[in-house]
Design a protein around this ligand. Structure first.
Ligand code: PEP
Ligand code: MG
Length: 576
């Protein structure tokens, strides 16, 4: 009988292969005291181990393939930097002296201190950074203990499925170089660097299967279904055959999508559709190029301000924007000013602020920017200056009132005047857009449309605020319904407002990248989509197979319907 194990799928795809168990665990570290006259020698031993650890990491870094995502090298650099940080290089030396203990133990003491700080962090992403500390410290401890690390590459692991307690980013890079089929770890979550790497490198991976090392045997054939977060051991012939077929189908499907990369997004009845991508960090531009996006429809700049001690200043922002502009080679870049607050937790430099009870309804996005004019102006100046280097559009999140828009436009004008006085270059005609993500703004879309150059519908928030459901609350997630008639009405009103005012309307919320809604949106009049890079080609495939003329009449009926369930059935029909 098959054994089914469930965990968290952190990437996509199916892997079928033989198990390679990687039994490592934490190094066993014991305390022993060092006589005063040998303290200096112990410190030397510690320093040597740090040097060796750095050499090992540098060696691994050299093996990163050129086509690997940039994050891969960055993770390795982070680990190298950690080894140079005083907290890991100097503090353990003090501990050796103060406690007269061995280097391994001093490192353990320092590790426990650092991990305790990380464990207290509210941000789940930052909390997972404790793993990086463990990976780096365990490497040094193993060197000190003269332990031969069981490297994943020490035996032939080609086409194998690696099962380990945990994998560091360095391990993951090495495994990729060995062409493994997939991996399973006992610990870890979707936000760990290893998970991010698995997604970026396209390795099917399931994490969080707690007793994987006990339950799975070396050399047995297993199946990983990363999309479902599932592992099947001892699969019978029929299951194995089904999964092989699914694996082949997925491969063929991905290949067929790639062939759409350079094909224009034109519908069957000849309508060209704008298809751009959303990015969070400048490095995402690589993924965007791989799918041939027609520019960036949403650059979420707040990621430049999260997870940092200090906010990114004007020059750093300009540097980042210019990098993206250069990579886009003449394609348009839509930069959204910061949307901090609510689920995008405030960085530490806002720590003095009193926490609000209802952050999604509080000082978020443009509201926050308008309270912090100094920083906002810096961003406006950086975006304006970036516009001198390529086609840039600026966009404001969460506008609710025309008064906010008036203030924002005035500040933009002030920033332009400053730059003129300083004789700095910028595009005086840079397009200005408003996001429509609050029902009040959708209901007033025409008034907004008369004052800006474009609108962009943020369905993630529009749905949250229309249906009064917190978009990150698991409990009420079932109510998050893009097909609620009220949501469709607001989207339709916004599209109509754009048409009346003769300005473009795009959509950059997740709904634009969900292929189940592509036809509906086309039929409702959407002509510009901005999707996550991963879903862009699927959306393109649907666009080029669609006939907007026939969709329009069907969508009129959908818009007249008041029941979500019936709407869902009608949309399903539309997709057949
Ligand atoms: C949206 O709300 O749909 C949107 C694109 O903005 P974010 O997801 O960044 O809030
Ligand atoms: Mg939003």
């Amino acid at each position: 009988m098959s054994l089914l194990l469930t965990g968290i799928g952190v990437s996509h795809g199916i892997a079928i292969g033989k198990v390679h168990l990687l039994q490592r665990g934490e190094p066993d570290v014991f305390e022993y005291s060092i006589p005063s006259e040998l303290i200096d020698k112990e410190i030397q031993r510690f320093r040597k181990s740090l040097t060796l650890a750095k050499e090992q990491l540098r060696e691994i870094r050299h093996t990163i393939p050129n086509n690997a995502p940039t994050d891969v090298a960055e993770f390795m650099d982070t680990h190298l930097l950690m080894l140079d940080d005083q907290l890991l290089s100097k503090v353990p030396e003090h501990l050796i002296q103060q406690c007269q203990c061995n280097a391994e133990w001093a490192l353990k003491l320092q590790r426990d201190e650092l991990v305790a700080v990380f464990d207290q962090m509210k941000d789940p992403y930052l909390r997972t950074r404790r793993n990086d500390i463990d990976h780096v410290i365990h490497r040094v401890q193993r060197i000190l203990l003269n332990q031969k690390t069981q490297h994943p590459f020490s035996s032939n692991v080609k086409k194998r499925i690696i099962v380990a307690d945990d994998l560091s980013p360095a391990d993951t890079v090495m495994l990729q170089n060995q062409h493994i089929a997939g991996f399973i770890t006992e610990s870890g979550g979707p936000l760990s660097h290893t998970a991010i790497l698995a997604r970026g490198l396209g390795i099917p991976a399931v994490v969080g299967i707690h007793s994987a090392l006990e339950l799975l045997r070396n050399d047995e054939r297993i199946i990983i279904d990363a999309d479902l977060g599932m592992v099947v051991a001892e699969a019978d012939k029929i299951t194995l055959k089904t999964y092989r077929q699914r694996q082949k189908d997925q491969r063929d499907y991905r290949k067929s999508l790639i062939s759409l990369r350079d094909i224009p997004a034109i519908t069957q009845d000849g309508r060209p559709i704008g298809l751009q991508a959303n990015i969070e960090i400048k490095e995402d531009i690589r993924a965007l190029k791989q799918v041939g996006a027609n520019g960036v429809g949403l650059y979420r700049t707040e990621f430049m301000f999260l997870e940092r001690e200090q906010p990114a200043g004007e020059e750093e922002q300009l540097y980042n924007y210019r990098k993206v502009i250069r990579a886009l080679k003449g394609k348009s870049l839509t930069i959204r000013t910061v949307d901090l607050g609510a689920d995008k937790e405030l960085p530490s430099y806002y720590a003095t602020e009193i926490p609000t009870l209802n952050p999604a309804l509080g000082l978020r996005a443009i509201r926050r920017s308008l309270k912090d004019i100094g920083r906002f102006k810096e961003q406006l100046r950086a975006i304006l200056r970036a516009s001198a280097y390529g086609p840039v559009r600026i966009m404001f999140p969460m506008l609710t009132t025309l008064e906010e828009l008036r203030q924002v436009l005035q500040l933009l004008e002030d920033a332009k005047n400053e730059l003129r006085k300083e004789k700095r270059r910028f595009d005086d005609n840079m397009a200005v857009g408003s996001m429509i993500e609050v029902p009040a703004a959708a209901l007033s879309a025409y008034a907004f449309a008369k004052k800006v150059d474009f609108l962009s519908i943020g369905t993630n928030d529009l749905i949250q605020y229309t249906l009064a459901i917190d978009r990150i609350d698991e409990e009420i997630n079932y109510l998050y319904d893009p097909l609620h008639p009220a949501v469709l009405k607001l989207i339709h009103m916004t599209l109509q407002a754009g048409r009346q005012a003769d300005i473009s309307v795009s959509m950059c919320g997740e709904m634009a990248g969900d292929v189940r809604y592509t036809r509906l949106l086309l039929g409702m009049g959407l002509r510009e989509f901005s999707t996550p890079p991963a879903t862009l080609l699927e959306v393109k495939q649907t666009i080029i197979a669609s006939d907007v003329n026939s969709l329009e009449s069907q969508c009129k009926r959908i818009l007249a319907c008041q029941e979500s369930e019936r709407i869902a059935t009608m949309v399903q029909k539309l997709n057949q």
